[in-house]
Design a protein around this ligand. Structure first.
Ligand SMILES: *Cc1c(COP(=O)(O)O)cnc(C)c1O
Length: 364
């Protein structure tokens, strides 16, 4: 007999992108590139952030400020928000968990897409709530399909915008139309983890929709801001919803170095500009190379690309590992013939293409 709860026994845990050091331990390779977790490819992240963190190291014997005072102040100025409209998390992952625990009663349900960020599903299952998955249409969130699934017991709808792993997005017109039909008892979560990378003009920034009191917008410092290793993200919503989430948030959930790094990273505009340029150039390069290879891919508004490799994606993933290139297979998402690649530096993108070619021809 197992001591764990039923939901835990049946749980398939989140598979992270393979860490570089793990592959190094396994294969002893010298040069490894990781294009598996949609991180910022510039090593060390923002120099301003690193410098600020180094200065703050003398304080690590103290608990962090639980309120994230300085970071809150900078963000509120930047986004023109009242201080009580933000809550910080140990990555936006933690905020997803806090949202579910704060708002969803035992007999209530959560709706999301069938192919989207897996944490929505995993965190829902851990506390035994019901998840309704609406299939994507043409790799995009099907908002009409989601509206049809809403019932009296629906509490939260998670929308990754842009979506991971497809890179597609919901536009302004679609989101406005969607909100017209959202009942007052339903909370819509727009997860904007890839906001900085968005390179389209009709993107509906969640901040512009805060007039809806049942909207929560999620942001993270893990992707464009280059602080994935520090674990920090935040949510924006009306003061009432934020105050409930604050009751659930663990004290000291955001460490002091993350707070200091985030303040500095926010101010380092040159770093963000450089990051955006690298991603845009890399995207063009990868699109043209993939097209030349005759591979289909989903056009992406973000820093990663979902590619149809027309054979078992897990084999392609494993084949590439041997050459020191880490991408992501999509089996856990039910996309057996796909891989997802994060756009890297120009060097990394070239290596990715050359190894992909090699692995695909090897396996015919
Ligand atoms: C990467 C990612 C996150 C998680 O970010 P953290 O802040 O590192 O926890 C959240 N949502 C989506 C859609 C992501 O792709």
């Amino acid at each position: 007999m197992s001591l764990a709860r039923k939901n835990i026994i049946n749980l398939i845990p989140y598979q992270t992108g393979k860490p570089i050091d793990e592959l190094r331990r396994e294969l002893g390779l010298k040069q490894i590139i990781k294009l598996a977790s949609n991180e910022n490819p510039l090593s060390g992240g923002s120099l301003c952030a690193r410098t600020a963190i180094r200065k703050a190291l003398t304080e690590i014997n103290r608990y962090p400020e639980s309120s994230c005072f300085y970071l809150r102040r900078v963000l509120c100025q930047r986004l023109r928000l009242k201080p009580d409209m933000i809550i910080f998390g140990n990555g936006s992952d933690e905020l997803i968990d806090i949202i579910i625990k704060t708002f969803v009663e035992e007999d209530e349900n959560i709706i999301t897409a069938d192919i989207t960020f897996l944490e929505y599903q995993i965190l829902t299952q851990i506390i035994g709530r019901r998840l309704i998955k609406v299939p994507l249409r043409d790799f995009r969130y099907d908002l009409k399909g989601i509206l049809k699934k809403i019932n009296k017991k629906t509490k939260v709808i998670f929308i990754a915008n842009p979506n991971n792993p497809t890179g597609t997005y919901i536009n302004e017109r679609e989101l406005k139309e969607f909100f017209k039909y959202i009942p007052g008892h339903v909370i819509v979560v727009l997860d904007e983890a890839y906001d900085i990378f968005v390179d389209v003009s009709d993107f509906p920034w969640g901040n512009n929709y805060l007039r809806y009191k049942n909207l929560i917008v999620l942001k993270t410092f893990s992707k464009a801001y280059g602080l994935a290793g520090l674990r920090i993200g935040y949510a924006i919503s009306c003061p009432e919803l934020i105050s409930y989430m604050e009751r659930v948030r663990p004290p000291f959930n955001v460490n002091s170095l993350a707070q200091i790094g985030a303040v500095a990273a926010l101010k380092d505009k040159a770093f963000i500009k450089k990051t955006k340029n690298i991603i845009l150039q890399g995207k063009e390069y990868l699109y043209s190379q993939l097209s030349r290879m005759g591979l289909r891919f989903v056009p992406s508004a973000t820093n990663f690309i979902l590619i149809d490799v027309r054979r078992d994606g897990q084999n392609v993933y494993r084949g590439m590992l041997k050459f020191g290139v880490i991408v992501r297979d999509m089996k856990q998402y039910g996309l057996d013939n796909f891989i997802r690649v994060t756009i890297g530096t120009s060097f990394e993108n070239k290596k990715f293409i050359s190894i992909l070619k090699r692995v695909l021809t090897e396996r015919g």
